[in-house]
Design a protein around this ligand. Structure first.
Ligand SMILES: [Zn+2]
Length: 263
């Protein structure tokens, strides 16, 4: 993880609040895009305790806290195909997240995923940063099969360049391409939110950057997913380090069942 830590601890001269009003999500902040500059954003060092992104040190962003007042949680993706919920079993463990499957042509591969909240980016993990942790891309040409469908392994995506959707090795964290953020306002203020299995993180983003609710943060993919449909896995940790069901924040029924694995 040394390489990753070095990468994440590189101080940036400015932090820009990007207002990319992409996709179908309408949000008030896009009506009057603003840029907020910080003279010296804090350097960031990832502390690996358990899982990537969780229990990461808070990045103090006073400008953001002052200017991002909206109490908004926006859907990160279409809620049309929820394929796994909070209480589902994953082997002997509870899922503790929600899986939103890609929709559209090619199972939604390459379609945008949005930040749920105004937030600061606390972690970006990609195979190119640390293949041991985050896997290795499947760069073979052609198609692969997932959930009975033949899907392209890569595509050119405007703004991103060539994007690989899948991995050949899942990596230690089994997250694939992952971004974690800490919400700055609204009902999830102070919570860490992780988005996993993505194809790519938006090239403009780095650790310490601020994102708006509804801002595009990356693309739907199937990294570190073995057989199931491409999906984004989202999970939330509250400031006390407890996992929280995402569903009610998205207007969905909470999943109250508890995984009791058979012995
Ligand atoms: Zn999941």
């Amino acid at each position: 993880m040394d390489r990753l830590n070095r990468l994440l601890s590189t101080p940036r001269k400015t932090a820009t609040l990007w207002a990319i009003c992409a996709g179908a999500v309408a949000f008030a902040a896009c009506a009057a895009p603003q840029q907020h500059h910080q003279s010296a954003p804090p350097s960031y060092r990832m502390l690996v305790r358990g899982e990537p992104g969780f229990n990461a040190p808070a990045v103090h962003a006073p400008h953001a806290e002052r200017n991002l007042g909206a109490a908004r949680v926006v859907p990160p993706y279409s809620l049309e195909r929820v394929i796994s919920t909070f209480g589902d079993c994953r082997g002997r463990r509870q899922h503790n997240g929600i899986d939103l499957a890609g929709v559209g042509d090619d199972a939604g591969l390459g379609t945008p995923i949005f930040s749920m909240t105004d937030a600061v980016v606390t972690l970006i993990g990609r195979p190119e940063d640390d293949p041991d942790a985050f896997g290795t891309y499947d760069k073979r040409p052609g198609h692969t099969e997932r959930a009975g469908r033949l899907l392209p392994r890569s595509a050119e995506i405007p703004g991103y360049g060539k994007v690989y959707f899948f991995t050949r090795k899942p990596g230690r964290w089994r997250s694939g391409v992952v971004i974690a953020t800490r919400a700055l306002s609204g009902p999830l203020e102070g919570h860490q939110i992780r988005y996993m299995h993505m194809a790519a993180i938006h090239p403009s983003l780095a650790v310490g950057d601020l994102v708006l609710a509804g801002q595009e943060i990356g693309l739907m993919g199937g990294t570190a997913i073995a057989t199931s449909s491409p999906h984004v896995h989202i999970d939330i940790e509250d400031p006390q380090g407890r996992r929280v069901d995402v569903a009610p924040f998205l207007g969905l029924e909470p999943d109250t069942k508890v995984c009791r694995p058979k012995r």
